[in-house]
Write a protein that binds this ligand. Sequence first.
Ligand code: SAH
Ligand code: SF4
Length: 382
Amino acid sequence: MTVNLLEHDLESLAVFCQQLGEKRFRAVQLFRWIHQKGAQQFDDMSDLAKSLRGKLTGVAHISPLDVISQHISADGTIKWLFDVGGGNAVETVFIPEDDRGTLCVSSQAGCAVGCRFCSTGHQGFSRNLTTGEIVAQLWYAEHFLRKHLKQEERVISNVVMMGMGEPLQNYTALVPALRVMLDDHGYGLSRRRVTVSTSGVVPMIDRLALDCPVALAVSLHAPNDVLRDKLVPLNMKYPLHELLDACTRYLVHAPRDFITFEYCMLDGVNDRDEHAQELVQLVRSRSQGAAWCKFNLIPFNPFPASGLKRSTQERVLKFAKILSDSGITTTVRKTRGDDIDAACGQLAGDVVDRTQVMVRMARRRDSVATPAVNQSIAKVEQ
Ligand code: SAH
Ligand code: SF4
């Protein structure tokens, strides 16, 4: 069986090349061809010695994932459904904005955590993705977008591990994939622009701090253990005080000086004034005061099996105001790609600053996507 080179970070590709009797710089060349140029055929790698291309053909291949579907939203958001075999599929979402292009990447087919408000959680766990399957989402999206936007330079500037799955429950595949994203010979993304989102796998937060500290987002969703146990069952294993301790430990290594807390706004469940006040107390209970974290309030994207409702916009704004009035930087996430059902797990947020609520949720749709992206995407659609 030949090896899929998308499975390798640069270090393990160097070991692979060494086993073929090749020097490290050959691995660097190969890695650049794959990730920076999007090459899939060894014959296209013109500056690789013919003998090496021949050797590689027998033992290795570059296999992206098959695309089951591609949907393009009116706001420029693109959702791909990738086939990962065995009847499983994962989603990847591209979110264009004026100043960045964010790719939301999946880490597992399904998820074992089983959060009440999450459709992936309701679906149950199928399997972990491999490093190559995680990387393949970025590989495909980046090179698809470059080709169709006729752009030589990088299109994707940010990656958020906020697609399907709990990335920290697939740690051994995740870390090499993050390294490919960060590598200057790969996608060259800065640590600040790669975000791992977790429901709170405490021991793995500590490991990530040492192995590959990138930006961290923690899905909080509740201000106390009684409620969080119900919404995020992993809380029964790693309760809030342990989770917050892990977050403050992470700050020592983090590329940013704050942790982002995600908070899905559920009507009548976790969205009352008292919940916001309790959150303020929770955050202040840590020595760093209020400036060590930011809140990102996510309007819930309803699905029938959840039996839950989205909080009203008025409620979200009031909740945001309580947090921001107490000095906690708070953003409300815009829902993007609603029309193509791609709205869950996206990073874009509108800032609610400390003194004034400035949520612009009703921002004009067409101002959200980069016009060039919209135009080109319209062409792709035709
Ligand atoms: N498993 C990780 C990352 C994937 S979920 C985690 O839980 O953090 C990414 C984000 O989408 C999380 O903050 C999650 O709480 C949120 N989310 C899940 N289902 C949602 C829904 N139906 N509406 C809004 N946000 C949702
Ligand atoms: Fe899994 Fe995250 Fe969904 Fe919870 S919110 S079920 S951890 S994907």
